[in-house]
Design a protein around this ligand. Structure first.
Ligand code: NDP
Length: 306
């Protein structure tokens, strides 16, 4: 079957795109590895308009229900290849190959790693990239978070609900998270921010026991901790896009115009993967981006039909 549109990515951008594609009567398919995307990791979302507080899992269940309720089809699968034919695109997953007249790439971002000794060795044994998933295991324990922006502050506030002590280890001199998060961090006596400091190594035996810092904190470069949460941002997931010639900006984000149009005719992009929302990874922005791109895709399909 030749779809009008294949949406790669099933996060806020991809699922909103599906909702709008259904309204535009586009025969479309969403393909996603993790259905729901990054917000699944958010314990509590308080800035999705119309809903004062909702867990990431619940919110994304609502997105999926909404998209499927309107007739959108969602296929779970990891996209392993993208190809460009004469007047169609081919999307290969680990299970099947699909074809469409247009593509919307909305694969979002993946977590940045520290690439320091001990990080891989202790993954799942104290090293974590998901405070929402693992905070519960830190009851009365010590946690160290690396980073200094929204994810680090959100992780600290969450971990402080369980842990006895939480350190934020930040390489600069002033946290750059949202003011509301900052206020919470500053007010919480369990949280200490260690400024102007980098973590050089993660140490331990069977599990994490300490981190080695590049300068002393309270007279020691060895900081005892039961866990290390790496919260240092994310990188766009664009690995496959060079196969179809999609241009990226110097930071590696998909270069798009205000409608999500890329340099390749028929290929659009939306959400965290694009230059449009770069540095402002908010669900509301990604969702709006997905809707906008579908409007442009609809116009493109009408144009090529003429
Ligand atoms: P950011 O890119 O915003 O920040 C990354 C942080 O990690 C920075 O403080 C950076 O330091 C630090 N960092 C980066 N690389 C290293 C390294 N190698 N070693 C040590 N520190 C490093 O990432 P976030 O994950 O915090 O946020 C990503 C996006 O998601 C943002 O748009 C954010 O607003 C959004 N977000 C929103 C939330 C919300 O609204 N509730 C919650 C979480 C994230 P430096 O400051 O020196 O550059």
């Amino acid at each position: 079957m030749l779809y009008d549109l294949i949406i790669v990515g099933a996060g806020p951008a991809g699922l909103t795109a599906s909702i709008y594609a259904s309204y535009h009567k586009l025969n479309h398919l969403v393909i996603g590895d993790i259905i729901g995307g990054t917000p699944l990791e958010a314990a509590l979302i308080k800035n999705w308009p119309g809903t004062e507080a909702i867990s990431g899992v619940e919110l994304m269940k609502n997105f999926v229900r909404h998209a499927e309720g309107l007739g959108g089809k969602i296929a779970q699968g990891r996209v392993v290849s993208l190809k460009k034919g004469k007047d169609y695109f081919e999307v290969g997953t680990d299970r099947e190959v699909y074809q469409a007249k247009t593509l919307l790439v909305a694969m979002g971002t993946r977590r940045r790693k520290m690439n320091i000794p001990g990080e891989d060795k202790f993954l799942g044994k104290g090293v974590s990239y998901c405070a929402t998933c693992d905070a519960i295991f830190f009851k009365n324990k010590v946690a160290a978070i690396i980073g200094g922006s929204d994810s680090a502050a959100a992780a600290a506030n969450l971990l402080a609900e369980h842990a006895s002590k939480v350190y934020i280890i930040y390489r600069n001199s002033e946290l750059r998270c949202q003011p509301a998060y900052l206020e919470q961090v500053k007010k919480n006596p369990k949280i200490t921010v260690i400024y102007n400091t980098n973590v050089l190594e993660v140490h331990g035996g069977k599990k994490v026991e300490s981190v080695f810092l590049d300068r002393p904190f309270e007279e020691s470069q060895l900081l005892k901790t039961d866990g290390v949460f790496v919260e240092i941002g994310a990188m766009p997931s664009t690995d496959l896009l060079n196969e179809i010639g999609v241009a990226l900006n110097p930071q590696g984000y998909v270069a798009v115009d205000e409608w999500g149009k890329t340099n390749v005719s028929g290929v659009y992009a939306a959400g965290d993967i694009t230059t449009n929302t770069m540095g402002f990874n908010q669900i509301v922005a990604a969702a709006a981006d997905g809707a906008t791109a579908v409007n442009a895709i609809y116009r493109h399909l009408k144009e090529i039909k003429k």
